[in-house]
Ligand binder design. Structure first.
Ligand SMILES: Cc1cc2nc3c(=O)[nH]c(=O)nc-3n(C[C@H](O)[C@H](O)[C@H](O)COP(=O)(O)O)c2cc1C
Length: 311
């Protein structure tokens, strides 16, 4: 059920992907998930305008290494700016560029970006077609629709394919639902039946069993995991049989790499958040969380992690 998958000539070792997660899927975290078995990983969404203005902060989100295949996600709504981003040096190392048409955040939607593009079909089509002209592999991640009353996954899937996308990911919730409730597998199945390009199902996958159910119900070519990876990146090892190292080892490696790449302050704040995810459900989690959030340096975070993850 989790075989390798080919996307316009790009071969992923399996069909279980790590989703783009704003604020989280930086390079060390993507590598951690890849090491545990993720078949493809995505950067967080990166602003095309930010790239056009040469923003250093935006470029930092695109740090990567020589691993392959790898994917980046972009957002925006100006076809020319988006094409220029796809042709930029910053995105050159990536094998696949995904366009975000699912983001429900008001500040993004108000700008006509992210999920707002599901309400502006002519512009969505132009954006995809312009990005495809860059010569890069282009995919689109979108939702089952905007409101519960009108779900449009199949129609939108056709639009993406027609404009030249080589893969789509359907998050099985509408914008109205944000991240709540069960994913609508029937709607993902409708999208799958509407196109020939690979379709990836996303939403509510917390285990191998959930992934099997999602594939069985939708006929999708693969799945994409988001929040489960934050709490338990070892979820990827369930698909590959890779024996996951102890959490302590994973955490300390991630901390070291994050500090080396993004500096002490970022690493301290970021790894406090990651530790809080990883300890969820552990006895004394609340007490450790309190202590973690008062840690001021990565050394302190590391010392606490050695105790918390000592099993
Ligand atoms: C903290 C957070 C950040 C996210 N950032 C992005 C993003 O940058 N791009 C994107 O397409 N989706 C983003 N998403 C949505 C996820 O990729 C995914 O579609 C959603 O969480 C549903 O999957 P899940 O039920 O497995 O969590 C984000 C979700 C969360 C919780």
């Amino acid at each position: 059920m989790f075989p390798s998958v080919e996307i316009a000539g790009m071969v992923c070792p399996n069909n279980v992907f790590l989703a783009p997660l704003a604020g989280y899927t930086n390079y060390p975290f993507r590598e951690l998930c890849r090491g545990l078995g993720a078949g493809l990983t995505f950067t967080e969404m990166v602003s095309c305008k930010g790239l056009a203005y040469g923003s250093e902060e935006t470029k930092k989100l695109l740090y990567c290494g020589s691993e392959s295949p790898k994917a980046a996600q972009i957002f925006g709504n100006d076809p020319d700016i988006m094409r220029a981003a796809c042709e930029s040096e910053a995105l050159a190392p990536f094998d696949l560029i995904d366009i975000n048409m699912g983001c429900p955040m008001p500040k993004i939607v108000r700008n006509g970006e992210g999920n707002a593009l599901m309400e502006n079909l002519p512009l969505a089509e132009k954006v995809i077609a312009a990005c495809v002209k860059s010569g890069k592999r282009i995919s689109v991640k979108f939702r089952t629709g905007v409101t519960e009353e009108k779900k449009t996954a199949a129609e939108f899937a056709r639009l993406c394919e027609g404009a030249g996308a080589c893969m789509i990911t359907v998050h099985g919730r509408t914008r109205e639902k944000i991240y709540a409730g069960a994913p609508d597998y029937a709607e993902i199945a409708a999208a799958k039946n509407a196109v020939r390009i690979p379709v990836i199902a996303n939403g509510g996958i917390w285990s191998k069993k959930d992934a099997e159910k999602a594939i069985a119900r939708t006929g999708a070519d693969g799945v994409m995991i988001a929040r489960a990876a934050l709490y338990r990146p070892q979820v990827f090892s369930e698909f590959t049989g890779i024996e996951p190292p102890p959490v302590r080892e994973l955490f300390l490696k991630q901390l070291k790499e994050t500090r080396e790449l993004y500096g002490e302050r970022f690493a301290c704040v970021f790894m406090r958040k990651m530790a809080a995810f990883y300890i969820k459900g552990k006895p004394c989690a609340a007490e450790y969380k309190r202590r973690l959030f008062s840690a001021e340096t990565t050394e302190e975070v590391e010392a606490l992690a050695r105790v918390v993850f000592s099993e």
